[in-house]
Write a protein of this length. Sequence first.
Length: 474
Amino acid sequence: MDRDPAARGSDKSRFIFVGSAVIFDLFLAVLPLKAVWPNLDLLQHAQDDLAKYGVAVSLEWDADIFANVRGGKEQAAVTDGLIQLGLDFDLKKLTGLGIFDASQLHAEGYYPYGPGISDYVRDLSGVNNNAAYNSPRLYELWFQKGFKLGFLESTLRLGSMGADVEFNVIDSAAFFINSSFGAQLAYGGNVPVPVYPFTALGARLDVAAGNDWNVKTTFRSAVLDGNSAAPTLGPFAVNAPSQPSYNPHGVDFHFNPSEGLIFINEVVFDYLSREPKENNVSGPGRWFIGPGRLVIGGFYSTDRMEDIFQAELRSLGVSPSGKPVRQSRGDHAIYCILEQKFYEPQLGSPAGLYFFGRGMFLPDDQNLATISVEAGAVYKGLFRRARDVRDSFGIGFGYNRISGRVQEADRVAADAGGEEVPNFRFESVVEATYVCPITEHWKLQPDLQWVIRPGAAGRYPNAVVLGLRSVVTF
């Protein structure tokens, strides 16, 4: 049956508006280049001069356009972005003192700005991994000392750190835009683990042995303050921050073991690695089991956690009156990552086809999101293989499962006559993205995302999101 003409006219007007907004936002996204580009040479010279004294300066400006063109809560287009400034000090070179051998001081600041497209998609995982509360903030501030213990190479880091900078990272999927491929929902959604945009005071020890050609083994361990981040899915951790506006400038430092700590450990196996040859090498492409990376890790939180079944009933207004939600001490997760190269177009080339997979699992009785799984493929050097302007294409799938205890609570609430009871099950995303370097300092990244069951509760139709990211670096 043909649809109502008025409805067709409404759709046409909506898409004309969205299309116009995207064109306007594209102009805004490229506008920062007009201001920065003439000064890049000057900035590069200043950067080189500072490096002679042990000071490294890095700057990145991401300007994003996103349009939710179908599904979700509402169709809309937004422009947002992220400005990052990093400073690294080689303390031995800077001071000339031997006591500071292999010592580094790192400071990094962020300024996320603009509205978030997830406000219109209503997804849980986060369509844009740059989105955060709009405020300039100190992100990381730490001191690191390197040392050797026989054949072991180690570093000790002290200060304010993000748990997603070194832990649970998919290296080959770092350029994906959906947050599922960064700090996935199960990682920073349930427990106050400090993932972007939050950090926490703590210490990290890194110990490595072996060599890249055979197998290099790295053990990495950190202890961080347990109440320095606001979980995405709600304050199920007692006394944890509950709002994304918490610590808006990143300078609220505290470390209180009695209120909760987060321990993160992982073992990394890098195998068959080698220094890639940047020049073209004669010979045909080949399929093979090439360089790879296996990570096994997990975290443990000493925070007090609410029983997720009772917490869900309370949120739906059907919990027994006067009965407090049961609490328990401690929560934990385990995760595994596998990245593997299978094809290279020329012998020894860093270009080629890579596959990745990652999974994280948490207990059902204390967490809303209990399983996060990501998998995908990346081809580096698809059309452009030169080192400074190498392109990359990736396609990935992310899946987040909601706790069976939450699903059970929804059924109980529905049987009790609760109003607007959600039908929590899962949320998934498929993302296809392409990074195209225009110059050494500028790249564009068109992006397409299909968000399946946004919000995981069945309230909103599947969403299609188009995006474009403009990145200027020096």
